[in-house]
Design a protein around this ligand. Structure first.
Ligand code: 5GP
Ligand code: MN
Length: 321
């Protein structure tokens, strides 16, 4: 593939690389960024890792987590900028560097986008995870891989496929999972680290969200407020994964979970189990994502959000029938 050759050239002709991913970084953003970064470091490159907001402590078990957001003043002068697991630069909230100072901009991603800021991209929309693309890149470019890199990439694959349950769990997902395990990834260890290290606070917030779950016309809805965060001494990371739990209810086709933001407004998460494309709904609020999983931020009230989502689903259903 042309773009792979170009990426290979760019990487071999550079010494310093700046890697970043989206706000509220998830397992895929983190795993893909750290996996690619470690491989580039093995090649002798200087790598800078930037995670907007706060790097989720959930993924502190991944090697090189400690390097995140270090030496960023120096990172400004890196030659190459690589955006990972995000469709555009707006998703890197709080990024203030001058992008034009980088010699080349690369994007590696599985989100749909019409961005035109990158010079080269390696993008496959609907692919199980960005970490699968990083794995392909590593193989095609003959970059080094070891067990820590394999663990990081497997983490991205495991989390973005919802443990090989979501609709993106294709043959490719299993093929690359197998290859990652052959490269030293440890599925049981990663499952424990990702799914069985929850804080008591998270479990209590999950309980609260479950108690509040209401279902109307196959649409599930629940929420967590700032007051809840205060009374449980919790932070926004403690709501990670709640929406994926809510979708387990048998009648639910689409689920909306919102958490109140510190400065007012809400962060919304949408999940779909059927033909409804929740990315389109998230876009109404200026957000985005995938057909089955999408998100947004808005200053509207939770009642207004729910009404808009219900109406959008009705409209989509009308168009389908
Ligand atoms: P989550 O609901 O887990 O935060 O996000 C689900 C999916 O939607 C992810 O692929 C994420 O990147 C995307 N997403 C979440 N929030 C936003 C947003 O505010 N804007 C855009 N463009 N995508 C989002
Ligand atoms: Mn992803």
């Amino acid at each position: 593939m042309e773009s792979l050759k170009e990426i290979k050239n760019i990487i071999s002709n550079s010494n310093s690389i700046f890697l970043t991913t989206h706000i509220n970084a998830d397992g895929d953003g983190m795993g893909s960024m750290l996996g690619l970064g470690m491989s580039l470091e093995h090649l002798g490159k200087k790598v800078f890792y930037f995670v907007p907001g706060e790097a989720p402590i959930h993924f502190a078990f991944l090697k090189n987590f400690k390097s995140i957001n270090k030496n960023l003043d120096e990172g400004k002068f890196a030659e190459i900028f690589i955006l990972i697991d995000a469709p555009n630069i707006d998703r890197v909230e709080g990024f203030t560097f001058d992008l034009s100072a980088f010699k080349k901009i690369i994007r590696i991603d599985h989100h749909l986008s019409n961005e035109n800021f990158s010079h080269v991209k390696y993008v496959k929309v609907g692919y199980p995870s960005t970490s699968c693309l990083v794995f392909e890149l590593i193989k095609e470019l003959d970059l080094p891989i070891d067990k820590d890199i394999a663990d990081a990439l497997y983490t991205g694959l495991l989390t973005d496929t919802g443990s090989f349950r979501f609709n993106n769990t294709s043959e490719v997902a299993f093929d690359i999972a197998r290859k990652l395990v052959l490269s030293g990834a440890r599925p049981y260890y990663i499952s424990r680290m990702v799914y069985e290290m929850e804080t008591l606070t998270h479990l209590k917030l999950l309980g609260l969200a479950l108690l509040r779950l209401e279902i109307v016309d196959k649409i599930g809805f629940s929420y967590i407020t700032q007051e809840d965060f205060k009374s449980y001494n919790a932070n926004e990371n403690d709501t990670e994964g709640i929406v994926d739990y809510l979708r387990k209810e048998k009648d639910i086709e689409v689920v909306l979970f919102v958490r109140e933001l510190q400065d007012g407004g809400y962060k919304g998460s949408l999940r779909s189990k059927n033909h409804i494309d929740v990315r389109k709904i998230a876009e109404i609020f200026g957000g985005g994502g995938h057909k089955e999983a999408a998100g947004f931020k808005t200053t509207l009230s939770k009642e207004e959000i729910l009404n808009i989502v219900r109406k959008a689903i009705k409209d989509e259903e009308k168009n389908c029938s």
